[in-house]
Design a binder for this molecule. Structure first.
Ligand SMILES: NC(=O)c1ccc[n+]([C@@H]2O[C@H](COP(=O)([O-])OP(=O)(O)OC[C@H]3O[C@@H](n4cnc5c(N)ncnc54)[C@H](O)[C@@H]3O)[C@@H](O)[C@H]2O)c1
Length: 255
């Protein structure tokens, strides 16, 4: 398929997990993809994309740093000419401590990566999206942006903020033909979830069984389950979709 031929996409946190799958699927659909990640592993992802014949660029970026974010957007447009799609995917789980025991510094660390960085990347992508005549911003929130899980408090706050930031930006930039949608994944075993399980002191096998049981469709998901949703929202097939929340969670929040 080639739903994104001629398009240019930025994927934050594209060096691992969901972002890596999103970068691959966007590229397969014809997009040139800039991977922004603090982890140099993003370069490996880009080399894999290029080896498969896709156009790709790695910009090592801390998405909480405004100057780096501005520079990364400029580097993307400098290389590929335009920008049409931004996927705000970079995220961290943060400490699993109840609110009354949580250090302020940990709250601020999670909010910086999971919420402030969405603001910064959006801020510095919008002028380029406007110059392209419009585009699509996909914000990766979480089921924890919709319901409580009884754990990781700042993560819930950050992902809930992203949900409503998305709707507000959808209204603000509709006249510019820039669509904003959020995606709400259920549990998928990536580095993030493995850390979450480890930090909780959970036996990995028991954790997999317990987390699988929370998803009525028969278990936790895969990165591609999310990537296909992002491809849809990025493409013109979603031309009339903005301010929406696409829940991809195997039924976790259906109860
Ligand atoms: N895995 C899940 O079950 C799940 C569920 C719901 C939502 N999500 C969300 O999906 C997104 C991707 O998560 P994942 O599971 O693939 O995690 P992951 O840890 O596998 O990948 C996250 C990526 O973000 C990058 N990153 C972290 N901090 C960064 C920073 N300051 N600047 C630039 N890059 C940074 C990491 O280096 C990594 O490559 C996150 O926003 C996460 O909250 C994940």
């Amino acid at each position: 398929m080639s739903r994104l031929t001629g398009q240019v996409a930025v994927v934050t946190g594209g060096g691992n997990g969901l972002g890596e799958a999103i970068a691959l699927r966007l590229a397969e659909e014809g997009a040139a993809v800039a991977v922004l990640d603090i982890d140099p592993r993003g370069q490996t992802v880009v080399e894999r994309l290029e080896a498969a014949g896709h156009r790709a660029l790695f910009v090592q970026t801390d998405v909480t740093d405004e100057a780096q974010v501005r520079g990364a957007m400029e580097a993307t447009v400098g290389r590929f000419g335009r920008l049409h799609v931004l996927v705000n995917n970079a995220g961290i789980e943060g400490a699993n401590q109840p609110t009354d025991q949580l250090p302020l510094s940990e709250w601020e660390r999670v909010m910086a990566v999971n919420t402030t960085a969405v603001f910064l990347c959006t801020k510095h992508a919008v002028p380029h999206l406007k110059r392209s005549g419009g585009g699509s911003v996909v914000n990766i929130s979480s089921i924890y942006g919709i319901v409580g899980g009884g754990d990781i408090p700042p993560y819930h706050a950050a992902k809930g903020a992203v949900r409503t930031m998305t709707k507000n930006d959808a209204l603000t930039y509709a006249a510019d033909r820039i669509r904003f949608n959020s995606v709400h994944p259920g549990f998928i075993f990536t580095s993030l979830v493995n850390r979450y399980v480890h930090d909780a002191g959970w036996d990995p096998k028991a954790a997999k069984t317990a987390l699988d049981a929370l998803h009525p469709l028969g278990g936790t998901g895969t990165p591609d389950d999310i990537a296909w949703g992002v491809v849809y929202l990025a493409s013109d097939q979603a031309r009339w979709v903005t301010g929406a929340e696409l829940v991809i969670d195997g039924g976790y929040t259906a109860r």
